[in-house]
Design a protein around this ligand. Structure first.
Ligand SMILES: [Zn+2]
Length: 560
């Protein structure tokens, strides 16, 4: 199915019209990325010396020094003002107490909502106390406002000062033929509208004081336990106007509690869900129902850092191609069964950083490209993409003339593969470029087998995609590769074993048994795509009907 789509994309947009020429066989035969160096850098960066690389810890200080040294050694120029390789990323950490007082009152009957049982609440405004006094509850369905799909769940509702109650995912997830939503949001595949981040941001834009998302395991793609933030801890970037951009309270609402609250208000959750799949859906204010909360909020500030270096383009320096990964990991945890405490993220994502450095080295070996290449090592990806989000809102090169963003987050260590797995297929023209380059390696592109997980919205390319920059992310956990040794079965087995045992745990460690020959090929693809774009005048575009095309189109005049 993907092959058809890619062929169609190539035919529609015409690679030559975009201004790039096919890579010749001699060029693709050379592999500029050395698996041994990938391994060496990954080993160094994921060593115990860096204590699991949590933002704001002594491990960060050491990691940043190491990265700056590596960027310099690779020959990169500092990307920032005054010769700086580092960008300060001010973060705020908040903590909702376990005994936070929260409740819903329906028809005079007060029902307490217990943190971590009924609620998985976060509060991201840095205030000393969260106080919400009897605010009306409004059910807004899936809460989607998607003009490009002719869909608006909000109609004329005024959410100011109210608590919005959302369904998780988008109207198409459980839609059947006959429902208006059927096929409108990519079927089971998650769209941006499916993400909890979108819903909270949309509620804040509309002036709501708080938002609750009814947790359901299948459309959320994870269980209740995963939805709970450990210790009620939340992270955000420091925002000049947090009161406008962030809700006072955002929370998952356990399905059992939601069913009872709706029932007390004379409503049925299943019937509401059915109505929310219709275009004619209108928000429903719960009769005689209010939400209240009152608790102290601990909040502290942490200064973390992004590291950025660049190669300034010789002809069009303001036009740039971004190549990035995240340096942060999970820090120090409880000892695991082997007594290991540092959660050092070797594959997630020290290896992505190693790849960024190797691509930088490869570029420095060739002639200076026409356009600028910006290399980034982001902080706080594991705290909800905060380093890349901060940079995207405080960029050093204009977003409008950023040609593309390439992000690598986890690469597979199981040797050569016959394919490259693409999460979020169907988005933009970079996918044709990937297919073309993969073909040069005798490989094919395989789409993510479970697009409903929404992985395409969960890496550092996303803050740029959201602002219109065409983006492509390589994710070794996006799906099992068709490995030369053991085929798809072995690839899938590795993904499920790694995810279950090592993902975000201390066992995500460097190993001498890794075979990074396949990972080196993947990194070479990124290098080749970036190189082609850097020496062309092409502006890859989002596919028609996708979420971020309109925002890109709005700045088209700046890309003549
Ligand atoms: Zn990661």
């Amino acid at each position: 199915m993907l092959k058809t789509r890619l062929r169609l994309a190539s035919a529609l947009f015409g690679l030559s019209a975009l201004g790039w020429t096919p890579t010749n066989a001699a060029e693709s035969a050379t592999n500029p990325v050395d698996p041994q160096r990938l391994s060496d850098i990954t080993r160094a960066l994921s060593s115990d010396e860096f204590e699991g690389r949590a933002p704001g810890t002594p491990g960060e200080t050491k990691a940043i020094a190491y990265l700056v040294e590596q960027f310099k050694a690779a020959g990169l120029e500092p990307a920032g003002p005054k010769g700086s390789y580092t960008q300060v990323v001010p973060l705020v950490r908040t903590q909702v107490p376990m005994d936070a007082s929260m409740s819903v009152t329906v028809g005079g009957k007060r029902r307490p909502l217990v943190q971590q049982q009924d609620m998985a609440a976060l509060a991201l405004r840095p205030v000393d106390r969260v106080r919400i006094g009897n605010a009306p509850l409004v059910f807004v369905g899936y809460g989607v406002s998607a003009p490009e799909r002719g869909w608006d769940d909000y109609k004329d509702i005024d959410l100011r000062g109210k608590v919005a109650v959302y369904l998780v995912n988008d109207p198409d997830f459980e839609a059947a033929s006959g429902d208006d939503a059927f096929g409108k949001f990519g079927g089971k595949a998650a769209t941006y509208y499916a993400r909890w981040t979108y819903k909270y941001e949309e509620a804040a834009r509309r002036g709501a004081i708080a938002a609750l998302i009814v947790h359901e395991t299948e459309p959320a793609a994870y269980g209740w336990k995963t939805a709970i933030a450990p210790n009620g801890e939340g992270y955000d970037i420091v925002r000049p106007d947090a009161a406008r951009e962030r809700l006072l309270l955002q929370s998952w609402l356990h399905r059992d509690a939601a069913v009872e609250i709706f029932r007390d208000a004379g409503l049925d959750l299943e019937a509401l869900k059915q109505s929310a799949r219709s275009k004619a859906f209108r928000p429903v204010q719960l009769k005689d129902a209010t939400f209240a909360a009152d608790f102290p909020l601990a909040h502290t500030r942490i200064d973390s850092h992004n590291v950025l270096g660049r190669i300034t383009g010789q002809k069009r320096p303001r036009e740039s191609i971004m190549i990035g990964a995240h340096w942060d990991a999970y820090g120090i945890g409880e000892p695991d069964t082997n007594g290991l405490r540092f959660r050092s993220g070797a594959l997630d994502d020290a290896i992505g950083i190693a790849a960024v450095i190797e691509i930088a080295r490869a570029f420095k070996q060739g002639p200076r490209p026409d356009r600028t290449i910006l290399f980034s090592a982001w902080t706080a990806e594991e705290r909800n993409l905060l380093g890349s989000e901060y940079y995207a809102s405080h960029p050093w090169l204009p977003i409008e003339t950023t040609v593309a963003n390439f992000t690598m987050d986890v690469l597979q260590p199981n040797g050569l593969a016959r394919d490259i797995v693409l999460v979020g297929a169907g988005q933009n023209e970079l996918e044709s470029l990937l297919a073309q380059q993969a073909a040069g390696q005798g490989r094919v592109v395989t789409p993510d087998a479970k697009p409903e997980r929404g992985l395409a919205f969960r890496a550092d390319h996303f803050p740029f995609a959201k602002r219109g920059v065409p983006a492509l992310v390589l994710m070794g956990l996006g799906g099992g590769h068709d490995l030369v040794k053991g085929g798809r079965e072995a690839g899938d087995r590795w993904v499920s074993e790694f995810t279950a045992q090592c993902y975000h745990q201390a066992c995500d460690r460097w190993s001498e048994s890794w075979d990074l020959s396949g990972a080196a090929q993947d990194v070479t693809l990124v290098y080749q795509m970036a190189s082609q774009l850097a020496n062309s005048r092409a502006w890859p575009q989002w596919n028609p009907g996708t979420e971020f095309r309109a925002v890109r189109d709005a700045s088209a005049a700046q890309r003549k």
